[in-house]
Design a protein around this ligand. Sequence first.
Ligand SMILES: C[S@@+](CC[C@H](N)C(=O)[O-])C[C@H]1O[C@@H](n2cnc3c(N)ncnc32)[C@H](O)[C@@H]1O
Length: 277
Amino acid sequence: MNKILLKYLGKRPEIYEVTGLKFWDDPHISKGMLTAHLNPELESATRKYDFIEKSVSWIEELANGGTGKKLLDLGCGPGIYAELFAKKGFDVTGLDISERSINYAKENTLKNRSNIEYNVKSYLEMDYSEEFDVVTLIYCDFGVLNPEDREILLKKIYKALKPEGILIFDVFSKEEYKAKEETANWSYNDRGYWSENPYVCLYSFYRYDETAIFLEQYVVIEEESIKCYNLWNHAFSIEELRQDLKKAGFDKCSFYGDVSGKDYTEENNIICTAAYK
Ligand SMILES: C[S@@+](CC[C@H](N)C(=O)[O-])C[C@H]1O[C@@H](n2cnc3c(N)ncnc32)[C@H](O)[C@@H]1O
């Protein structure tokens, strides 16, 4: 056990080092995640509900109305956005790797008769061709991916869009991490977010400033196990986004300060992009 602990804590993790553990689809963690998703007042697994409503209305405007348009929501979670998109008339498909979230979303679409198609699938493995008018990837999930996966995903999205289709996604800007210092601390819990059993959680925040990459590391120590979750994110500049999008084929993009169309300024911690095929 001590060896494992030393392996995780004895050195700075290599950039994008993975530990091979499920995070989104872990049976216990996904339970807490779903509860967080469904709390309309909480800014945690998703944004607050009144902001989500504003977002959906803005995306409907960008798309010149939802009726008759096909929308693909990547990382749709339990379908909070998807249900609202469907109410605006979009024909919605949602993809997520969390079985728990998709099961909840499927029950809801039956209850609401909202006719949304949901699939448990990684967006890195999707294969659509010119099917969608709009693709969304909301709440800074793009920056979680390593550069190779980001390239793969943008190419898959480009292929999935119809001509003149729109991709809408948000990322963190450098402003998000500007004042956040490297840190390490620990806490004890009888049961909590990381486990239903008693555990100690060692939290570390690492900065890799040369590449604007950041790591939140959680080492969870239980009676019989030690698990390490590395949650990476990357902070973007508009120039970098423009280049990545161009490489995937998107020549025309507009940038905003959030996913409800706020003007972008350099003080914003979010950059939202609308990229046109
Ligand atoms: C931060 S949550 C955001 C959910 C939703 N977009 C929202 O804003 O309410 C990230 C979601 O992406 C999903 N996810 C993470 N990696 C994924 C992947 N490779 N393919 C599909 N879904 C993924 C997670 O299961 C989770 O539901």
